[in-house]
Design a protein around this ligand. Structure first.
Ligand code: FES
Length: 87
């Protein structure tokens, strides 16, 4: 698991291995707009401020994934201990 921190509110939530970031945030009352929930539509794209995303979507191309500027919260995960999001 890893932690997600919402930069705006400072809210921290730990994401279990069997849940998505969207679901983990939902438990704390933070709702992220979603549509496909399968990493194909781009609706849940969110800016990453720090941390190392583990991209599992089909929206970003390899160059975009290398920059790690944004990520899809419905399917992507995290390789570092913590991910700080622009939420
Ligand atoms: Fe479609 Fe995340 S909801 S890419």
């Amino acid at each position: 698991g890893f932690d997600v921190v919402c930069a705006g509110s400072g809210t921290r939530v730990s994401v279990a291995a069997d849940e998505s970031i969207v679901d983990a945030l939902g438990r704390t009352g933070i709702s992220v707009p979603t549509s496909c929930r399968e990493g194909v539509c781009g609706t849940c794209e969110t800016k990453v401020l720090s941390g190392e995303p583990d991209h599992r979507d089909f929206v970003l191309d390899d160059d975009e994934k290398a920059i790690a500027g944004t990520m899809m919260l419905c399917v992507s995960r995290c390789r570092s201990a913590e991910l700080v999001l622009d939420l």
